[in-house]
Design a protein around this ligand. Structure first.
Ligand code: AMP
Length: 282
């Protein structure tokens, strides 16, 4: 596995592969890799000859400085995991490499997709994500880019970004990988205390219940939100940031629960903010 730090080197490597007619699949991450990331790498291999993984904790997408400061890092462990997963290139840029002129004065917005869910409670987050993803796409020149549906809103917005700007990139979404008790794997999970971690198990349980009640005929989103909120609120260790049922494409609030529904949730377990979702096809 090649480890690359500079933008010039990653770009010239990518151009070289392209000239040889080799396809590049790209998995952007913020590191502290877990089985969810590895499943993205495995998916990447299905589409390309060369798999590039990046690890970059993008300061631009953190609306909470404390969250950025405490974001877990394990470069040595991550490098080993990438070697084990047969990654071809691990791109490890510094903030100066990505933002050589400092923070760019660039704002990319999809108002109707960004003013809801995480976009509402984490102002500036997706704008920061799109700047870094656009930059990484230009440096890595992927044919395919792989994202997790755990970050469903991010996946949907990046899909739209690629479509609207005609990036010649296929965007693939991968289903959420979960712990044994159902909690979505996340680099932030290690930041919870044991008690918070135990309580967090209510998050996937709530989503599952939501799916079941819709399939059993519940028609009223407000009734369902009330029922599901009560489950989360039954733990004093959890605090709902948002719990919404929306259309999975437009993110518009659903008037009734006919057709596909995205149940999306963000919950604070102590200081740790966790997100999860399910799409219910009805
Ligand atoms: P992150 O390092 O958290 O920024 O995530 C990097 C990529 O991995 C994103 O596309 C995430 O959606 C994806 N990802 C994170 N957690 C999971 C998971 N539990 N299952 C599947 N994909 C995930």
């Amino acid at each position: 596995m090649k480890i690359v730090n500079s933008s010039e080197e990653i770009l010239s490597l990518s151009m070289g592969y392209k000239k040889l007619g080799q396809k590049i699949a790209f998995v952007p991450t913020m590191g502290f890799l877990h089985a969810g990331h590895i499943s993205l790498i495995e998916e990447a291999k299905k589409y390309a000859d060369i798999v590039v993984v990046s690890i970059f904790v993008n300061p631009l997408q953190f609306n909470n400085p404390e969250d950025l400061k405490t974001y877990p890092v394990d470069l040595e462990g991550d490098t080993e995991k990438c070697i084990q997963a047969n990654v071809d290139i691990l791109f490890l840029p510094s903030a100066d490499t990505i933002y050589p002129q400092g923070i760019p004065n660039l704002l990319i917005q999809f108002p109707r997709l960004m003013d809801k869910l995480c976009g509402k409670t984490r102002p500036g987050h997706f704008e920061g994500v799109l700047v870094v993803v656009g930059k990484l796409f230009n440096l890595v020149q992927p044919d395919v880019a792989i994202f997790g549906k755990k970050d469903y809103q991010q996946f949907r917005i990046i899909h739209q970004f690629v479509e609207d700007l005609s990036f010649p990139i296929q965007v693939i979404g991968v289903d959420t990988i979960r712990e044994e008790d159902g909690l979505a794997m996340s680099s932030r999970n290690v930041k919870m205390s044991d008690r918070e971690r135990n309580a967090a198990e209510l998050i996937p349980r709530t989503l599952k219940l939501g799916g079941k009640l819709i399939m059993e005929g519940e028609k009223n989103p407000n009734t369902l939100i009330e029922i599901l909120s009560d489950v989360i609120n039954s733990s004093t260790l959890l605090k709902i940031d948002y719990l919404e049922i929306v259309d999975p494409i437009s993110f518009e609030t659903k008037e009734d629960l006919q057709g596909d529904s995205l149940i999306a949730i963000a919950v604070f377990a102590g200081k740790v903010r966790l997100i999860d979702n399910i799409v219910v096809q009805n």
